[in-house]
Design a protein around this ligand. Structure first.
Ligand code: GLA
Length: 391
């Protein structure tokens, strides 16, 4: 995926807003999660990393309270105007809900934004792909606000504010993983994060001669977000039922044996499977990080595969598109592991593939997908990058 140059961004800004005086250029990455899916709102562990693709932003502050937004990904929408007085949770129907949500969230956290701004965004994350373009925009906006207005917030705070805005302004009860992975990203490292405490470690990604390949299903997500909230609700109910017998604050505190012992407390079969996924996936994530530390990529890959099976059968968030991509990937020589990544219901898979086999992987999986699903998948060989920056 081509990098977008500073010159091009400033040119687009000038075209949208008339001039580029005092404008600065920024970048925030997208993310891919290697393992630990749907564990972050269950107090478990996750293992994501930031990518070198993401969202570019050009911004400057204004003397008045006007907000002017332009996205080079949605040029048809033109410049969208608003102002600081009309930030309205749940009230926006286009992409500006994300930057506006963050401006609103800063105010809620005692950092009132009192001057408007002009903001242009241009992303090179494939659209709606599950590589967290929304969290990327949120962290980018927070980073820009900090830089333009001098707020004293850490990158970790930017992640928390981004999540808060997504929850409260946009109504998606996401966990902390995406915003954290983006705000805290480190080149060539994945982040092993305990979502219960926010303790984290960087783990160098030594994949020998293998690379991370993302396959984008191109399935447009529709009801995904409401299903997401539904899964979260199911886990919360299961937790309450377990808490009648076990003293735990989250599903992430359970090991497999304790879960099996008390799972009959969960009064609904579907709910029990959702909780089982959350518990087992958390344990898998811990094992996977250990395997990687010990240089055992093979085991890491097997755990990725097991993660997909659990997301497919117990959590039921995969669907025919992601299953087709993963089934095909598992059959290709040189594939160390393959699974869906992110929320599911469409979006992407992540595979670790030996360098020499990547071409064959893309061809074989691409053909299998096209013939079964009827439209093509897109493939990206990605690199692990740093968190947000000013360019
Ligand atoms: C989405 C959410 C994350 C996380 C994943 C599933 O990406 O934003 O918080 O819950 O789904 O692991």
């Amino acid at each position: 995926m081509a990098e977008i140059s500073k010159e091009l961004l400033l040119e687009k800004f000038e075209k949208a807003f008339g001039d580029k005086d005092n404008a600065s250029v920024y970048f925030a990455p997208g993310r891919v999660n290697l393992i630990g899916e749907h564990t972050d709102y269950n107090g478990g562990h996750v293992f994501p990393c930031a990518l070198t693709i993401g969202t570019y932003g050009v911004a400057r502050k204004r003397e008045d309270r006007k907000l002017r937004f332009f996205s080079a990904n949605f040029e048809d929408l033109g410049v969208i105007e608003s102002d600081l007085g009309s930030l309205n949770p749940g009230g926006d129907r286009n992409w500006t809900a994300y930057p506006k949500g963050v401006i609103w969230a800063f105010g809620q956290k005692g950092m009132e934004v009192t001057q408007g701004m002009d903001l242009l965004l241009f992303g090179n994350i494939p659209n709606g792909s599950g590589l967290s373009s929304s969290a990327s925009v949120e962290v980018l906006t927070g980073f820009i606000l900090r830089d333009l207005f001098g707020f004293e917030v850490s990158n970790q705070d930017l992640a928390l504010i981004g999540q808060f805005s997504e929850n409260k302004y946009n109504g998606v009860n996401c966990g902390i993983m995406d915003q954290f992975a983006i705000a805290m990203g480190k080149k060539d490292h994945a982040i092993y994060l305990d979502t219960a405490t926010l303790d984290y470690q960087y783990a160098p990604l030594h994949l020998d001669d293998a690379r991370i390949v993302i396959a984008c299903s191109n399935k447009k997500r529709g009801l995904g977000d409401s299903k997401y909230n539904e899964r979260r609700q199911e886990c919360e109910t299961a937790l309450k039922e377990l808490q009648e017998m076990v003293d735990i604050r989250s599903l992430g505190e359970l090991d497999e044996a304790t879960f099996e012992k008390f799972s009959p407390m969960i009064k609904d079969g579907n709910r029990a499977r959702r909780a089982r996924h959350a518990v087992y996936e958390n344990q898998r994530t811990k094992e996977a990080v250990n395997a990687l530390k010990n240089g055992n990529i093979k085991v890491f890959g097997q755990l990725m595969n097991a993660s997909h099976v659990s997301l497919r059968d117990d959590y039921e968030v995969t669907g025919i598109e992601l299953d087709t991509l993963v089934d095909a990937a598992w059959k290709v020589p040189g594939v160390i592991g393959s699974r869906m990544t992110g929320a599911g219901f469409g979006g992407c898979t992540v595979s670790i593939v030996k360098g020499s086999e990547i071409e064959n992987f893309i061809k074989t999986v691409g053909e299998a997908y096209l013939s079964k699903i009827g439209y093509a998948a897109d493939f990206y060989v990605v690199d692990i990058g740093d968190g947000p920056c000013k360019l």
